[in-house]
Design a binder for this molecule. Structure first.
Ligand SMILES: Cc1ncc(C[n+]2csc(CCOP(=O)(O)OP(=O)(O)O)c2C)c(N)n1
Ligand SMILES: [Mg+2]
Length: 272
């Protein structure tokens, strides 16, 4: 048994297992979104194994913290985290994207314990999270709501409506993390519909904004656990799409690329 005294060591070990397992799942299914899985893995690992309060035996526990995976295409990262967190057995991962599997290409809360809300159509996670945070604010609940969006996803106007509402209502119980990998499906965000300066935009909408290296577990942990202010919190996590595998990094084609057997073997040699 490996003992982890330092929470950052535990997060690092989980993130490594998540990447290796997710890439095997994508290979087996010959389907998936590994580029966006790997930019988000360190963020999700830090949230699940360092920050979030939950009990996998009681997925609907009223005072659980909520995590909403708005970039619902990156199920390799989400499902491996939920499995490692204890929501379901490892065997289930082998059914990824098979007919009638509970592990669909996009997460479905009706099938899979631990999924907070169905996502896939981009642009809905932040509005839903904002609503959940408003409910928590009204009822003075102790839970906190975390939502992870992509950056290309921010082209959906619904995000900006929610951002305006959360700022207006001073939702101090809401944390929004943006996976800022600067790529969307087939191109860069800035050449498609520029987002910069994202920090200034969020500040103007009434958010407390932090920028971090989205692959630095200690920096992510510090940003996620920093004392709250009188504003909702936005964390712009600068990431690399395909992070961890040399031939995938920063390549738009790996958005929904699938590996050959040789590429899988190379990746597993690198992910150690
Ligand atoms: C409303 C909507 N339009 C289009 C898509 C198809 N789609 C899936 S992922 C994606 C790119 C998203 O880019 P980004 O948010 O940057 O995700 P990441 O780079 O983290 O994978 C698109 C266009 C979708 N899922 N939903
Ligand atoms: Mg992106």
């Amino acid at each position: 048994m490996t003992l982890h005294n330092d929470p950052i060591d535990l997060i690092r070990a989980k993130a490594l297992w998540m990447r290796r397992t997710a890439f095997q799942m994508v290979f087996d299914a010959q389907l998936g979104h590994p580029g966006g899985d790997f930019s988000a893995t360190d963020i999700i690992a830090t949230i699940y194994f360092g920050v979030l309060r939950y009990d996998p035996t009681q997925p609907n526990m009223p005072d659980r913290d909520r995590f909403i995976m708005s970039k619902g295409h990156a199920t390799g990262a989400l499902y491996t985290a939920l499995c490692a967190a204890g929501y379901f057995p490892e065997d289930w991962l082998k059914t990824y994207m098979q007919p009638r599997s509970m592990l669909n290409g996009h997460p479905n809360r009706n099938y899979l314990p631990g999924v907070e809300t169905n996502t896939g159509p981009l642009g809905h996670g932040l509005p839903v999270a904002t609503g959940i945070a408003i409910a928590g604010q009204i009822t003075q609940a102790t839970y906190r709501t975390y939502v992870l969006t992509g950056d290309g996803e921010l082209q959906e106007g619904s995000n900006w409506e929610a951002a305006m509402t959360a700022g207006h209502r001073k939702l101090t119980n809401l944390t929004w993390i943006v996976d800022r990998n600067r790529l969307q499906q087939g191109a860069g965000t800035e050449e498609t519909n520029g987002l910069d300066p994202l920090d200034k935009k969020f500040e103007a909408f009434g958010w407390d904004v932090q920028m971090v290296d989205g692959h630095d577990h200690a920096a992510l942990f510090a940003a996620l656990t920093a004392p709250t202010t009188d504003k909702p919190r936005a964390i712009i996590a600068n990431t690399v799409k395909g992070k961890g595998v040399s031939f995938m990094e920063n390549k738009a084609s790996w958005h929904h690329g699938v590996p050959t057997a040789d590429q899988l073997a190379t990746a597993l040699k690198e992910l150690v």
